[in-house]
Ligand binder design. Sequence first.
Ligand SMILES: CC(C)(COP(=O)(O)OP(=O)(O)OC[C@H]1O[C@@H](n2cnc3c(N)ncnc32)[C@H](O)[C@@H]1OP(=O)(O)O)[C@@H](O)C(=O)NCCC(=O)NCCS
Length: 217
Amino acid sequence: MENSSDRPHPFAGRIEDFIRGNPAAAAKIQHIEVTGSDAWDLRVSVGWAGLGDMIIRRAAPEDLSALREFLMEGLSDHSRFLFAPYPYEDDLGAALEAVLSTSEERNILLYHAWLGDKIIGHFFLGRFGEAIPDLGIAIADHCHGIKLGHLFMTLLVGVCATAGKEAIDLTTNPQNHAGFHLYKKIGFEHIGDREITVGNGIQRTEHEMRYRFIKPV
Ligand SMILES: CC(C)(COP(=O)(O)OP(=O)(O)OC[C@H]1O[C@@H](n2cnc3c(N)ncnc32)[C@H](O)[C@@H]1OP(=O)(O)O)[C@@H](O)C(=O)NCCC(=O)NCCS
């Protein structure tokens, strides 16, 4: 008799369907296993063509030193300029400790993609308890351009779809041509430009983009 515990949870099955439904990601997947009953315990084990085996799971306090290494060595200066939610100077340790230790309480759903003992992807949904969460994403420079952006974005869209969200918001710098192209391809619309305050306290104008699950009538 078939053991029901061998079957993926319906939540995990839906996330896998979302990922496989993205043609760019599907073309890179060698094998995939998705487990977990909700967004907070989602775990994806995936073999990626040209890269190897990756594990994606929710971030935890013990990720601190690997996260710091990812941000300061995995990302170039230009990538840190584009991905700027954190102060990359004196207060970085405190900012990262805060985001890792309280992600559930603060409603930040944060995932890390691991290649061996290195983080290669850091992506999240802020304000996850609200109808329209905010998305952020960064991928190690040596892994750009191999469709990991499609994989991680589709995973986050799938998580929001299963949670019944109305939409997802993000902002991106006008210099971020790869990001802008990727977000449009995933289904985000450019809805305007607005001033944001980045992690070091500086204000700048970014493109505001929205993915709508509920289309305006
Ligand atoms: C932006 C980012 C998440 C994209 O991830 P990625 O894994 O490199 O993206 P993918 O390989 O999945 O897809 C990139 C797409 O952009 C396209 N692209 C790449 N460079 C481009 C450019 N200069 N202009 C236009 N499109 C470009 C690629 O051709 C690809 O499109 P395609 O699938 O239609 O061929 C990643 O580059 C990154 O982390 N950058 C640094 C930090 C950052 O910018 N974070 C986002 C802040 S909003």
